[in-house]
Write a new protein. Structure first.
Length: 529
């Protein structure tokens, strides 16, 4: 058995694999073409005869089998065979290496494989000793591929037991499978070939299938848009190959200005960065968070921060929160990611609310006792049961901003509370809670499940999507505030003064001179309390 050389040949007539592995070209049935095919078969027969001769047997101790023999050229004199046999072998090997690269989407099956020849003969009674079609469609035997690999043996046992693969094992499986794909189709297989490999993996081992509803299950291995583990591996292999190949001296550019060289370097760097970013995004997307890979998720999330900013700040092609979460689904799985994004935007402000809150809360409640009767009622209602909520509602009631009735919005203080937090009865699922939120309440907002005076669960509702928001109302509000900046969305008009107070005087990320006088006045009162 031999592997055909992967050298593309232009304008060649159709090529068939001969019954004993030789090459035959269609020549419209002329005698010269028939003689060439006969000569090729004779050359391969000569090689097989040499291999079977008794004098050649000692070479088998050096693992020189027929497959290795047909790849040798200049080192035939080391085999210890006669000049005539070396000459026949040289001619046979030279012609066997002239087979052009396969461009079909099917796997090539050579006719000297007895099982392949027998099967093809059974399927087509007209085929006996004639050439085997080049596009004989078969299925990759991935189990056999793993068996032939030292790393694959343990992996195969793991898969056969039905156990789920970890990240390292998945990489090993993809590395071996992609290596086999490269052997068959080279470094640039088609999207169809990569899709077939992805489907073959999940069909062979159902435990590797992605069970997310609405997909076929192989998409984490490859998607036609150029993402997935298979594509990652191919890119890495190509990159390692390109690093080893040096540009011939005669092909180097003669002379270029420093500016031109710098521009080209920037273009290459940008392309490489985009490729790396996309690979990291896809890795996060298709790798469920686990204690073992949480550090990698965090690192990749930080590495792709600038890319996310470009998406949310693009005025010509704005993206919604749903679009962002679709691209970065780990926002919902890993609660602290919104905080990471905000910290990368405003590093010094990330922890200011939580660090100041215990003191700030008491000052706000004290100030609330000095405000109007409606605010005093709010303070009396919550100060003994939920002081955190009491302080937040005190700021909201004090800095309430009525909006014009022409906008069709209830502008009362009690209505404004629903733009901040929606209270849901205990026992309600988060999905049901979000479904009952009226569309008039602009999101993001907090959903609190449970009694106001007891233990509650907190979630953020962003574009009708739930996000875990911490154990207390303060943690939930901290995450809510940061989400406006992370996803570049506007405050609700009715709460604009409320959020301006926190942005300018708590997080200190907004100039104090740009807020309304009533907000500055309230901030001064709090400081002097």
């Amino acid at each position: 058995m031999y592997m055909p050389a992967r050298v593309p040949v232009a304008n060649n007539p159709p090529v068939h694999v001969g019954a004993r592995g030789g090459l035959a070209h269609d020549n419209d049935g002329d005698d010269e073409g028939e003689n060439e095919q006969a000569n090729d078969d004779e050359d391969i027969e000569d090689a097989e005869q040499v291999y079977e001769q008794e004098d050649f047997n000692p070479q088998r101790e050096n693992d020189v089998d027929l497959e290795v023999l047909l790849t040798m050229s200049g080192d035939l004199d080391k085999l210890g065979i006669s000049f005539g046999l070396r000459r026949k072998l040289s001619v046979a090997i030279g012609k066997s290496q002239q087979q052009p690269e396969s461009t079909s989407d099917e796997i090539i099956v050579h006719a000297h494989d007895n099982s392949a020849k027998d099967n093809s003969a059974k399927n087509d009674s007209s085929v006996s000793d004639g050439p085997v079609p080049k596009k004989l469609k078969t299925v990759m035997n991935l189990k056999e591929v793993l068996t032939n690999s030292s790393e694959g043996l343990d992996l195969l046992k793991h898969l056969e037991s039905g156990s789920v693969l970890n990240t390292k094992q998945t990489k090993t499986l993809v590395k071996i499978a992609v290596g086999h794909l490269i052997d068959l189709h080279g470094l640039w297989p088609t999207a169809k070939q990569k899709t077939l490999l992805a489907k073959e993996i999940v069909q062979t081992w159902p435990v590797t299938k992605d069970t997310t509803p609405g997909i076929e299950g192989h998409e984490h291995f490859f998607l036609p848009d150029g993402s997935g583990f298979i594509q990652f591996r191919l890119k890495n292999v190509r990159a390692s190959q390109s690093e080893r190949i040096k540009l011939p001296r005669k092909m180097e550019p003669e002379k270029e200005t420093n500016e031109a060289v710098a521009d080209k370097a920037d273009e290459v760097a940008t392309g490489q960065q985009l490729q790396n970013i996309q690979e990291k995004i896809d890795w996060m997307k298709f790798s469920p968070p686990h204690r073992s890979n949480m550090a990698m998720h965090t690192q990749y999330f930080q590495d792709t921060h600038k890319y996310r900013r470009q998406l949310v700040m693009d005025c010509n092609n704005p993206v919604s929160i749903t679009d962002m979460v679709t691209t970065f689904p780990r926002y919902q799985d890993i609660p602290h990611l919104i905080g990471i994004d905000f910290a990368l935007l405003h590093e010094d402000a990330a922890d200011k609310l939580l660090s100041k809150w215990s003191t700030l809360r008491e000052k706000i409640i004290l100030q609330g006792h000095q405000e109007s009767e409606s605010i005093k009622e709010v303070v009396k209602r919550y100060e003994d049961t939920n002081r955190d909520l009491c302080a937040l509602l005190t700021v909201l009631y004090t800095l309430h901003r009525p909006v014009p009735k022409s906008k069709g919005v209830n502008c009362s203080r009690s209505a404004a509370v629903h733009y901040l937090v929606q209270q849901v009865p205990e026992g309600t699922s988060i999905k049901e809670a979000i479904n009952h939120i009226k569309q008039t309440y602009r999101q993001p907002l907090i959903v609190a499940i449970g009694k106001e005076t007891g233990q509650q669960q907190y979630f953020l509702c962003l574009d009708s999507l739930p996000f875990s928001a911490g154990q207390t109302i303060v943690e939930a509000f901290d995450k809510l505030f940061k989400s406006f900046f992370v996803f570049n969305v506007h405050y609700p008009d009715i709460l604009s003064h409320f959020y301006d107070f926190f942005a300018a005087f708590v997080y200190e990320i907004w100039p104090t001179h740009k807020v309304k006088p009533m907000v500055r006045s309230f901030a001064c009162s709090i400081k002097s309390t």
